[in-house]
Write a protein that binds this ligand. Sequence first.
Ligand code: ADP
Ligand code: MG
Ligand code: MG
Length: 909
Amino acid sequence: MEILEEVKTRVYKFGNKNADGNSSMRNLLGGKGANLAEMSAIGIPVPPGFTITTEVCTEYNELGEVAIVEMIKPEVEAAIANIENLMGASFGDKENPLLISVRSGARVSMPGMMDTVLNLGINDEVVLGLANKTNNEQFAWDSYRRFIQMYGGVVLGMKPASKEDIDPFEEIMEHLKHKRGIQLDTEFTVQDLKDLVYDFKEAVKKRTGHDFPTNPWDQLWGAVVAVFNSWNGDRAVYYRTMNGYPADWGTAVNVQAMVYGNMGDNSGTGVCFTRDAGTGENVFNGEYLINAQGEDVVAGVRTPQQITKLGSQRWAELAKIEEEDRLENYPSLEELMPSIFKELNGYQDILEKHYRDMQDMEFTIQDGKLWILQTRNGKRTGAAMVKIAMDLLKEGMINEKEALLMVEPNKLDELLHPIFDPSALKRAHVIAQGLPASPGAATGKIVFFADEAAKFKNSILVRIETSPEDLEGMNIAKGILTARGGMTSHAAVVARGMGKCCVSGAGALKINYKTRTLTVDGHEYHEGDWISLNGSTGNIFEGKVATMEPELSGEFAELMELTDKYGKMKVRTNADTPKDAQVARSFGAQGIGLTRTEHMFFEVDRIKAMREMILADTVKGRKQALEELLPMQRSDFEGIFEAMEGLSVTIRLLDPPLHEFVPHQLTTQKELAEDMHISLQAVKNKVAELEEFNPMLGHRGCRLGNTYPEITEMQTRAIIEAALNLKEQGIICKPEIMIPLVGTVKEFEAQEQVIRATADTVFEERNDTVEYLVGTMIEVPRAALMADLIAEKADFFSFGTNDLTQMTFGYSRDDVGKFLPIYIEKGILKVDPFEVLDQEGVGQLVKLGTERGRSTKPNLKVGICGEHGGEPSSVEFCFNTGMDYVSCSPYRVPIARLVSAQAAIKAKM
Ligand code: ADP
Ligand code: MG
Ligand code: MG
């Protein structure tokens, strides 16, 4: 052990077509470091340097600065000597100085989340040597002022004092620019730059109480430690938590010889992509700036120019710039430096073929010589992701399995909903942030009440929270915004099901139903005011942000076709209406895994009959009301069966507590009393009587059917009659009747008996039959434990993981909003278990239930119908558990299909 410890390498060198590491070592060297090594090894010109491993970052967090510096000092000194050798310059030397950059780089790319320092190793004497050696005073002093600025910010904490303040160094520069009447950094004279260096150092002294460090080695260690610290900086921690990256990954530190894009008109810097990251189009593209360094291109101080002529012309057209003006003032790199362009174009081709994926690269031109500073698999939109994967497949660069694995399932979401016009988004003003509950882009006028959703042509329903009564209004509104509730709140679940944009739990919103106002940050919005929602980010915008219809491009269809070739597990949908069923089918759903029958009762013309049924005191009264509901329910089923012709349709019997159906407002209570010829008091009494302490654990699910068997009878009749009616028309339907919330075998048996008896009666009446199944949801933990006995009776299981999660954790789904965000912030829970299936805990019940069920009925059909059925990691889990299908909302069907294929491919790897 001890010996191993001693030989452990903590510093990996690269440069001059050599490297200690390679691209497979991203965990140890970080993505940036691993790719710098790889590029160097394959002969791409990268400035020489070295990488301090991510393990050292973790060691640093344990042992602290002093111990770490001591531990790696010999290796770092040797590696610096290696750079000095290759560059023919010396670190800290007054005549022939070597300057370096110190760059962060975790194993995954975290753009802008951590820190980098350029031009390190400069001081009052070195700057003179640099000016001398390059015969370029302007460049030397520009590098110096940049260094103080970056080192000051990253290492010495010279950040804006508050969020209203600007960067302290920017402030000094702005002041000088104003005084000199100039606009750009490039317009500073040598004297200006000298003054800036002086003023910067003064500012540092004043703020930190210390002189700016002059010793290059002190500067180096300061920067290395700062990069390690940036792994635990606020920005990085937030980004890590958001993406679920563990704290012990750490960041590597890359130290590299500087190459200078700020040496004058024969120098420059830029970024480029081997394909279009927005659309996926196979065109080399990017931006550059002459006489610039580092982040200048992205910082937006000067307008960057396009790399290719084609890109430049496209850009000019959009910017309404005449060709002459373009050529004169904004020429492409291709036109301005043709031989550099040719070389760069060659490298992008090599690198894309080498990595077999779209690359995002950084480069710098130093006095006519091209250097590559970074390459990585480029981030891209969902549309680009699909197109690039399919194009690479067609170009023969990757195979079918690789193409499928290249697409991130969640990214497909973007292809399925209307999207904001990116240029409009740039100008939009964000007023608050909520949870990205249901993706999409919505723009409309504020309404505060569901029954007023139709008041405007485009409305956004703004509620503290929504309830089942709001369903119709939610359907009409273009988007839904709630102040309370999490990712599985009523609003969120229903919206996702509808494929409707929804932002939930925006705590900063103060909603006043009385005055019909929405207040955020002291700003008041009224009914009828325009707002816009981005359901993919949770952003809430003021006013109208332009949207556009998504294009389901040809590649998307091709990708989906490919999923069928590899996917073993089927994908069904949760659909309560024929329209949902049709949408899902067009997305490739292979059946319905859950039709909730209660939603059908909320529609205006039905709720009355439903309420009469609930309020009836006698079985006879109830049966009478149910008679009224029967034809409506039957026609609903006919519509759904027809849409799903030939495929299985699982229908769940009535599930929610009856209290949800009765009127809670005085006016509606009065109406009902009049309609039923009973007293208002009688209505009120019934409503009060139905109130429960824990409705989620109360009189619901099969407990309803077992206490009021006539409900089960009516629903069964509706299902079977609908199926027979369609059969007469030659339409094949495969109903599967599902009993909810079963916990004991007897509960199941009693319901099954009612169902079978009713079906037999109908068969006799009609003198015809259809095949149907009777199964159950497994959503009470006891049902999972008793699965072997239940399976002896049930034809199928469908895991209702929403309730199963609720009951296994003991978290009320409707109240988690109060503590879940805090739990996640504190790391008590990693993710919302209602969103991502808790494989460790709840997953045990799913596995066990499946195993026990199949121990008595080996070919038991098993599926899942909770919200988890459309969440990628949960879908993969379902595949590994051996499920026959997952069922999810229509708009998640393509995602689940992709995951199903990916899981099958991974299982064979
Ligand atoms: P990030 O990870 O945020 O992209 P980088 O470490 O890549 O940060 O560096 C920030 C900028 O500085 C990039 O534009 C990069 O190309 C540039 N840069 C980094 N090291 C050098 C160097 N040795 N010479 C010239 N430019 C460099
Ligand atoms: Mg970079
Ligand atoms: Mg349930």
